[in-house]
Design a protein around this ligand. Structure first.
Ligand code: PLP
Length: 376
């Protein structure tokens, strides 16, 4: 089996899995219980918050809210912030290449709460038009939400530049969906006001993620109940799952350079090989994460090729995993100035450091064979 779908999810690492098992056996108590075991778990849970801040290099101005997914973090950051701060302004900014867990909250705020949404724009090279961004950012803007790395193409957004502009408007905060960047692309996390991070994109378990935010930022909770997580996300925390997440995070960040070097070899090899094929258009940009490679097929249906690869136990994606069954065009590629045909027939390969150049060679040979046979 060759698994090139790591942007959708990753295999949990042995260390993360062992951490879950070991912690579950010992620290199973509810961290909100007032007996000794509960209090011990609560104290350990707070240590894990500090561990995450340390891993990201964040100051003590930040706090970590644990929840179940990046989708939940994005919803809490966007809806929670806008509804709590609705009296400060009703203008918000994002891009049209965001994950749906960002786009849908923006649409909800526009449809049902009277917010005005503006979108940054991109040129053909994937550059954000910063001048246009400066024009749309006004004293009425209360939120800018942009992803660090796009999940379909790997495009890296210029967040340091964006953060510099946002800081000129004290009423406005910057939320960054860093799911596809964490452990893969270096970011200055202290530049951001709210950060979405997720465990299962970096060899941690599923169903655990965090919204990391500046303590001074107030949010309206989305999930109401017992008041856990600073009253911002009620529900009993799963401490073993948190430990497993932190283990995966630490493992990834301590091997950052080594992993990057390995993945860069695969990326470079595939970019070179794919660019030789005149049936293929590469959709990557100069400023791109090497963990994601995206290309369009000029004359073949991506879904047919993905299925043929899958029959050979090579697993890749077309469009994004969540919506790939709908056979629609990629709204990301359309926004990044690709044609409808290209946007309908794109394939995403996404890597982890456990992939090898040997696998990449097998992939190229198999793909060429499939394209040849489909031609026939
Ligand atoms: N944000 C980005 C950039 C993603 O790539 C994903 C998942 O693909 C999400 C958010 C949502 O993650 P989840 O489905 O785990 O909530």
């Amino acid at each position: 089996m060759i698994y090139f779908d790591n942007a959708a999810t990753t295999l949990i690492s042995s260390n993360a899995l062992n951490a879950y098992e070991n912690t579950s056996k010992k620290y199973f108590a509810n961290p909100n219980s007032i007996h000794h075991l509960g209090m011990e778990v609560n104290s350990l849970l707070n240590n894990s918050r500090d561990d995450i801040k340390k891993e990201l290099g964040l100051s003590n101005d930040y706090e970590v809210i644990f929840n179940s997914s990046a989708t939940e973090s994005n919803n809490l950051a966007i809806i929670g912030y806008c509804l709590k701060n609705i009296n400060r302004g009703k203008h918000i900014i994002t891009s049209k290449i965001e994950h749906l867990s960002v786009l849908e909250p923006f649409r909800e705020l526009e449809r049902n709460y009277g917010f005005k949404v503006d979108y940054v724009t991109f040129d053909e090279k994937g550059n954000i038009d910063i001048e246009k961004f400066k024009e749309i950012l006004t004293s009425d803007t209360i939120l800018v939400s942009l992803m660090a790395v796009n999940n379909e193409t790997g495009l890296i957004l210029p967040l340091d530049e964006i953060a510099k502009e946002v800081k000129k408007f004290p009423k406005c905060v910057l939320h960054v969906d860093a799911c596809q960047a964490l452990g893969k692309v270096k970011l200055n996390y202290n530049n951001f006001d709210m950060i979405t991070i997720s465990s299962h994109k970096l060899h941690g378990p599923k169903s655990i993620a965090s919204l990391v935010k500046k303590k001074k930022i107030n949010l309206k909770p989305i999930l109401l109940g017992g008041g856990q997580e600073f009253s911002l996300r009620s529900s009993t925390q799963d401490y073993p799952l948190v430990v497993s997440f932190v283990t995966a995070l630490h493992e990834n960040l301590s091997n950052f350079q080594k992993n990057l070097a390995e993945v860069q070899l695969i990326y470079k090899f595939l970019m070179e090989e794919l660019s030789k094929n005149d049936e293929i258009i590469l959709n990557n940009f100069e400023n791109n994460s090497p963990y994601i490679l995206n290309f369009s097929l000029k004359n073949k249906k991506a879904s047919v090729v993905v299925e043929a690869l899958s029959n050979k136990e090579i697993y890749v994606s077309s469009v994004s995993a969540c919506s790939s069954k709908k056979e629609e065009a990629s709204y990301v590629l359309l926004e990044l100035n690709r044609s409808l045909k290209e946007a309908k027939n794109s394939i995403r390969l996404s890597f982890s450091s456990s992939n090898t150049v040997e696998e990449a060679k097998i992939f190229i040979n198999t793909l060429n064979e499939i394209l040849k046979n489909l031609r026939g």
